[in-house]
Design a protein around this ligand. Structure first.
Ligand code: GRF
Length: 219
């Protein structure tokens, strides 16, 4: 089996990156992480990648000032150098231009800490609490030029509890993220995801029969 060569792009602690690294240690996984790239030299995830003997690179956006095109050309050069086939954005806090996104159409995944299309953008957990939704979660999707949009590959839901704080809700959502990102990468790398009319069709999958209802009552 030819494993797809993946770059994970980070800006911070990289816990999703770590989950992807763990999952891809399985020799049967259809992808391998060959590069971790950060736009911040101080990203905590870089050390985790190095500890796992994965090549790292830093393309510091500050060096490029307002020149987004030059920043993205530098990113692209690193990706080409490492013969990257798929990109996973994992807490990568830079908006990407249509040019860059176009280079990686249906080959670049992102994870967002909400059930898209609800709660695009930042502070998703607090906004979910403020809105009073009973179900919240996370989404892995293909990247398109509009932020936090694009065909949805996988989602995971958690119940929101009356006593949740932003921190307790975030903790349950991140645990779901660490499960759905490896799942989504596995499906894409294995060629099991087809995009039709902006929607992902997954070969050989059924939605689970169970409905997920919140709240549940204590009797
Ligand atoms: C995650 O919540 C992810 O959904 C969002 O940024 C956060 C990154 O966390 N895009 P980590 O660096 O993967 O721990």
């Amino acid at each position: 089996m030819q494993r797809r060569r993946v770059a994970v792009l980070i800006s911070g602690r990289g816990s999703n990156m770590a989950a992807l690294i763990e999952a891809t240690k399985d020799r049967d996984f259809p992808a391998e992480i060959v590069l971790v790239l950060s736009n911040r030299p101080d990203a905590g995830g870089l050390a985790t990648a190095q500890a796992n003997n994965i090549a790292t690179a830093v393309v510091d956006h500050k060096t490029y000032g307002k020149d987004r095109a030059a920043f993205e050309q530098a990113l692209q050069a690193e990706l080409v150098k490492h013969r990257i086939e798929l990109i996973c954005l994992a807490g990568f806090m830079r908006l990407l231009t249509p040019w860059f996104v176009g280079q990686w159409r249906e080959r670049m995944l992102n994870i967002h800490p909400a059930l898209l299309p609800s709660f695009k953008g930042l502070d998703t957990h607090q906004r979910a609490l403020d809105t009073g939704v009973k179900l919240h979660g996370a989404t892995v999707h293909f990247v398109v030029p509009e932020m936090d949009s694009g065909p949805i590959i996988a989602q995971g839901a958690v119940a929101v509890r009356d006593d949740d704080t932003e921190a307790t809700l975030a903790a349950r959502v991140i645990a779901v993220e660490h499960r759905i990102y490896p799942l989504a990468l596995r499906l894409v790398a294995a060629g099991r995801v087809r995009v039709e009319n902006g929607r992902c069709r997954i070969d050989g999958s059924n939605g689970p029969d169970a409905a997920f209802i919140a709240p549940t009552l204590r009797l």
